[in-house]
Ligand binder design. Structure first.
Ligand code: ADP
Ligand code: GLC
Length: 491
């Protein structure tokens, strides 16, 4: 269909995390950027998210939305009350509504295994609709993100169906990661005040005693997106679909892959305030200062000719950490190479990495934790960026790496496959090193290829430049969302 150029739309964007307020991974960056760039393009985008107690309200002052007094909601026999605070996405006019419900959001982490986890995010969905009612604001599109927002289409079509305000509202559900689905015991349907509406849930799930937030969202959203074209294909297969492949195959006409973009105002070596020396494609020698700063900051010794590999990652099964145990022993035995890993997450992976660090204290540093400044310094300082993911819906770090001339070594899956091109010695084209098989052998092949190529500075410089010249900006990617939203509104 031929689309007219984007007219101004009203978009209610619901997300369980938004950078810089709350973040565990890429969803927060995407929420920030979509908010920022849709607002810049003139759309009335309003984001809705929990006011977690971890949000630094001294650094990011929020204002109480006075028009809305306390709202009471019943979940089963339990009453919850919330108020609303407002803030802005930095560098933009995109408004964020923070749902303040301390009894649910004052916890040690954004996500928990607490027995009321379903209510924590069930409430987020209902609070979004209540808020729209109070403001008498009816979005053209509710843009929903991951399992935490999966119940909104059902609430919209059941409990809130009476309200004509929502008659024209359409829903788009974006899958950032199908590995997290929000699976609960079926009896939580009572807590969610949806027991009268069990026909809206997957009957086989309920029969087997489950209720799945993401599956429910995918069944009822008007359109489904995910964050790369390859992942859109992958999740329709048994290997990647995590049990949801059948419903995604059934809805293939409504499913589209839109690659994430990058906010080059945040991730740009020419302007990055966190790195030790700014650099550009024309001043690549300044990148070396960042390498020296980084290795010395973390207690390694600097050598220009020793390739430095960086990783910044959640330590989760998805990220291929298991390949390091086995892969690194061989790597350190056969190559003069250094490795810096910044990450936190599952304890057994942390133990493996500590163990490796003990065995190779001069080659490797494992920095356990979550540290935004250090993540920028690794992007700027490393020569090679490693992402050996088992699956990767999009992946942002490899795209940041391209811009920083930090050549990515990635597995060919999801967004990694769509953003990094294997360097070819014959044609001299390519932006990184890509392996296909999820195995130590596969990863070693790509690292070995990269490290051997690094020995040829002129060739390496060429790869760096090819990488830095790639444009994965949100300015480009945002149009795909605008076109999709418009097409839904016109349907
Ligand atoms: P995912 O969302 O699966 O974790 P992405 O590559 O899409 O993967 O996004 C990860 C984001 O989180 C990036 O912005 C990355 O810099 C950041 N990140 C991940 N782990 C850390 C960490 N330990 N410290 C700082 N930033 C991190
Ligand atoms: C998820 C995915 C990651 C993606 C991010 C933002 O957490 O694991 O690949 O880049 O969401 O869409």
């Amino acid at each position: 269909m031929e689309l007219k150029s984007a007219s101004k739309m009203k978009i209610g964007f619901i997300s369980s995390e938004i950078y810089p307020f709350s973040k565990t991974g890429g969803l927060a960056d995407v929420a920030f950027a979509l908010g920022k760039y849709l607002a810049i393009n003139g759309h009335d985008i309003r984001l809705i998210t929990p006011l977690y107690s971890s949000i630094d309200t001294k650094r990011y002052p929020l204002k109480r939305l006075k028009e809305i007094t306390e709202v009471n909601l019943w979940f089963g026999s339990q009453k919850y009350s919330f108020t609303v605070y407002i803030g802005l996405i930095p560098q933009s006019k995109a408004m964020i509504y923070f749902i303040h419900c301390p009894v649910l959001y004052d916890r040690g982490a954004l996500y928990t295994n607490d027995p009321d986890e379903h209510i924590r995010f069930g409430l987020l969905n209902r609070a979004a609709l209540e808020l729209c009612q109070k403001l008498q604001w009816s979005p053209d599109i509710f843009h929903l993100n991951d399992w935490q927002t999966g119940l909104l289409p059902v609430y919209l079509k059941t409990i809130y169906n009476w309200d004509r305000l929502f008659d024209q509202c359409r829903t788009v559900m974006t899958i950032h990661n199908i590995g997290y689905q929000g699976r609960f015991k079926a009896h939580v349907i009572n807590d969610l005040s949806l027991s009268e509406y069990h026909q809206w849930f997957d009957s086989s799930d309920l029969y087997h005693g489950h209720l799945n937030f993401l599956r429910t969202g995918l069944l009822h959203a008007d359109k489904i997106t995910t964050v790369s074209e390859t992942y859109a294909r992958e999740i329709q297969t048994a290997d990647f679909g995590e049990g949801l492949q059948d419903i995604l195959q059934g809805r293939a006409q409504d499913l589209v892959g839109i690659l994430n973009g990058v906010d080059y105002e945040t991730w740009n070596p020419q302007t990055d305030p966190w790195i030790s020396k700014k650099y550009s494609i024309n001043r690549l020698k300044d990148k070396k200062e960042n390498k020296k700063f980084l290795v010395e900051r973390l207690g390694l010794s600097y050598s220009k000719n020793t390739p430095l590999i960086g990783m910044v990652t959640r330590l989760a099964g998805q990220k291929g950490i298991e390949l390091l145990d086995g892969g690194l022993q061989r790597l350190f035995a056969e190559h003069d190479v250094q490795l810096i890993i910044l990450g936190s997450g599952e304890q057994h992976f942390e133990r493996v990495l500590y163990q490796l660090q003990l065995s190779y204290p001069r080659q490797m540093v494992f920095y356990r934790g979550y540290d935004t400044e250090l993540s920028h310094q690794i992007e700027a300082g490393a020569d090679i960026f490693l992402m050996p993911s088992k699956y990767e819906p999009c992946g942002l770090n490899q795209i940041y790496s391209l811009k920083y001339g930090t050549v990515p070594v990635v597995r060919k899956t999801g967004g990694l496959a769509d953003t990094v091109d294997l360097y070819d010695w014959k044609t001299q084209k390519g932006t990184g090193f890509v392996f296909e098989h999820f195995s130590i052998k596969g990863m070693y092949w790509a690292l070995d290829y990269a490290i051997n190529t690094f020995k040829y500075p002129e060739i390496w410089k060429k790869i760096m430049k090819q990488a830095m010249n790639k444009d994965f900006s949100w300015q480009k990617q945002i149009k795909h969302y605008e076109n999709l939203f418009e097409s839904i509104i016109q349907e």
